[in-house]
Design a protein around this ligand. Structure first.
Ligand SMILES: Cc1cc2nc3c(=O)[nH]c(=O)nc-3n(C[C@H](O)[C@H](O)[C@H](O)COP(=O)(O)OP(=O)(O)OC[C@H]3O[C@@H](n4cnc5c(N)ncnc54)[C@H](O)[C@@H]3O)c2cc1C
Length: 592
């Protein structure tokens, strides 16, 4: 466990002490057991049935849900009172990560346990939970979340679905169409968002058997073909008034907070998918011979493996850091209080920036991993019979749902600006200090022989870059900054990469203490490889933002600051890559 309560967004203005990060090396015995349970279910029951699942055998999918229920895998976030296990967020992420190699089933699973079940857990009344929760926990019922409509996707609050109280005041009559609903084809419980009297955005618990509820045809998709995606049509659907979820007119709170959790979980899930893709690519590269040798012996292939491991190490470090931070915050809440879930919601809101970072960074890390996966398979990577093709297609959706990555990038910069305006983050004061730092003649010296010292100093410097850019942009555009999307998106990239580098470095630094000699070397290597790669992307985003914001002497000053603050000498880069690659080739799996 970590020692300190970390607050959302403060990573930009504070140094992270390694004591204050939760790392996967600290998983408890119980957490490792639940990981094994999920892994075995995938290996023994799901993977052998992948073809049937991809062919939309939804009866089989429902049976697998029941199995998950029997094993307790649907219960992690549900209170014991309603048949759940009420485990911490770290454990919930462990389950999501280990179910992920099941591909389409994982999408169904994550939608059910996350956006499907959690609205009821967090916002339901006792009577609503008594009525529905146990069925969701034991897998007899599957849940779905219905926010999107044909004409309202990213702009979710412009939804047109309506709810009107019936004359006898016993029902809300719902009308509208919900688009692209995961699990739609076989879900029994839908959380549906509609506007009461065309005005008050509100959530409702809708049973698929309610009069007036029907489904559109299954969508034919690019990937995750085994998951069900269809529209849910409401034609004078009769929803009992007791099924209004939360408060009238507060549906947006439910919709957006549940998406925060979904974004964190998506990070965990794509990390698991990345590990699976790496494992398969290694086995293939060892088997495949060209020019008289296994292709895994070529430097060009080894380099890909090293970069893939770097990306997944960072994703994993980031997801568990965030889950750990949430857990220590949740631990301070009074479970017996009637405000427990209201306080819970505030914690998630506080970390909405980090949740969006998890979604964007991890989904894009996976996109790089599966792309290289196809390349390692060569022409066979393009052929359906081989797993790389499926990984490649299945990956694409992660950058689209749970808020597109553009929307999430805007959530990141928007969230930071909001915290600054509310006085929760001293961004302006820190930006002024960072500008003063630009005038100082030189950088401090760091001792390169101390493990991770140069990376820690780099992280400190990268935060100066963000502060300088934020200060310059705020000064130039003031309250119009929110309309300068190109700047906001570039700044978001800087923020995302700072969080990712810091997560990877701090995790490695903490794990280093207890590691044996070999693992120590691997930790140093993975940090060097990932930091170098991420720094290249960060430098580009920072320079781009500078060109968008400034001109003349100011621009030159900021650019020279960026040059100075991105100085990093990965002196063992080639050796680090070769060490990582040789080690994963030997172990035939992701290393950490
Ligand atoms: C397989 C699948 C499963 C899904 N499952 C569910 C589900 O279970 N429940 C559910 O409610 N929804 C679900 N969705 C819907 C999904 O969340 C939306 O598709 C997504 O939010 C994007 O909305 P859209 O498709 O309407 O795109 P649009 O909102 O039309 O966006 C199109 C493009 O414009 C960009 N854009 C839009 N607005 C802005 C802006 N303000 N600033 C900058 N760029 C912008 C977007 O980033 C994107 O690049 C699913 C979708 C798919 C494909």
């Amino acid at each position: 466990m970590t020692e300190k309560i970390v607050k959302g967004g403060e990573f930009l203005v504070k140094e992270l002490n390694k004591k204050d990060i939760f790392i996967p090396e600290e998983f408890s015995v119980e957490q490792k057991q639940i990981a094994d349970t999920a892994r075995q279910l995938v290996e023994n029951e799901i993977s052998p049935n992948i073809e049937a699942i991809e062919g939309h055998d939804f009866e089989l999918v429902k049976k697998l849900f029941s199995m998950c229920g029997e094993l307790g895998l649907l219960a992690t976030d549900v209170p014991e009172e309603f048949g759940g296990l009420e485990l911490d967020k770290v454990t919930s992420m462990i389950v999501a990560e280990n179910i992920a190699p099941s591909g389409s089933f994982s999408v169904a699973f994550t939608a059910h346990t996350g956006i499907g079940t959690l609205p009821l857990v967090y916002y339901g009344t006792k009577a609503q939970k008594d009525q529905y929760l146990e069925k969701l926990v034991d897998g007899k019922w599957v849940a779905a979340y219905c926010l999107t409509e044909p004409n309202s996707g990213s702009d979710a609050l412009s939804a047109k679905a309506t709810a009107v109280l019936s004359e006898d005041k016993k029902y809300y009559i719902l009308n509208g169409t919900k688009q692209f609903i995961t699990n739609g084809g076989f879900a029994k419980l839908f959380t549906v968002f509609a506007k009461i009297d065309k005005e008050h955005f509100t959530a409702f618990l809708v049973d698929s058997d309610f009069e007036g509820v029907s489904l559109g045809p299954e969508e034919k998709k690019m990937g995750i073909k085994g998951s069900s995606t269809c529209s849910v049509i409401l034609e004078d659907a009769k929803v009992p008034i007791e099924n209004l979820l939360g408060e009238k007119g507060r549906g947006h709170k439910i919709a957006f907070n549940i998406l925060n959790i979904g974004r964190l979980k998506l990070g965990a899930s794509v990390t698991g998918a990345g590990k699976a893709a790496i494992g398969e690519s290694i086995k293939y590269a060892k088997d495949r011979k060209q020019f008289g040798t296994s292709i895994c012996n070529f430097g060009a292939i080894k380099e890909k493996f090293a970069n893939m491991v770097g990306d997944i190490f960072a994703s994993e470090s980031l997801v568990y850091r965030l889950a750990g931070d949430l857990d220590v915050n949740f631990d301070t809440l009074d479970k017996s209080s009637t405000d427990y879930y209201a306080d819970y919601e505030k914690v998630f809101e506080d970390f909405s920036v980090e949740c969006a970072i998890s979604k964007v960074f991890c989904s894009e890390a996976l996109s790089r991993v599966v792309d290289e996966g196809v390349q390692i398979y060569g022409g066979y990577g393009f052929i359906q019979e081989y797993p790389a093709e499926k990984h490649y297609r299945d990956e694409r959706i992660n950058r689209l749902f749970e808020g597109t990555n553009e929307i999430n990038r805007l959530v990141i910069t928007g969230g930071i600006l909001k915290k600054s305006l509310k006085g929760e983050l001293p961004l302006q004061a820190e930006a002024m200090k960072a500008f003063e730092g630009l005038m100082s003649p030189s950088l401090d010296e760091v001792d390169p022989s101390v493990p991770f010292e140069k990376e820690k100093y780099l992280i400190h410097n990268l935060k100066q870059i963000l502060l300088i850019l934020a200060g310059a942009a705020a000064q130039k555009f003031m309250d119009k900054l929110q309309h300068e999307q190109e700047i906001l998106i570039s700044a978001a990239d800087v923020i995302i990469l700072i969080y990712a580098i810091e997560s990877a470095v701090s995790r490695a630094e903490k794990a280093y203490e207890a590691a044996g000699d070999k693992k120590k070397q691997l930790l140093l290597a993975v940090v060097e490889v990932f930091t170098f790669n991420a720094l290249e992307s960060l430098s580009k985003a920072a320079k781009q933002a500078a060109f968008y914001i400034e001109e003349g002497d100011n621009l030159l000053m900021i650019l020279s600051g960026i040059r100075r603050y991105t100085k990093y000498a990965p002196v063992s880069l080639l050796n680090s890559k070769r060490l990582l690659a040789d080690s994963i080739i030997e172990s035939e799996a992701y290393l950490f």
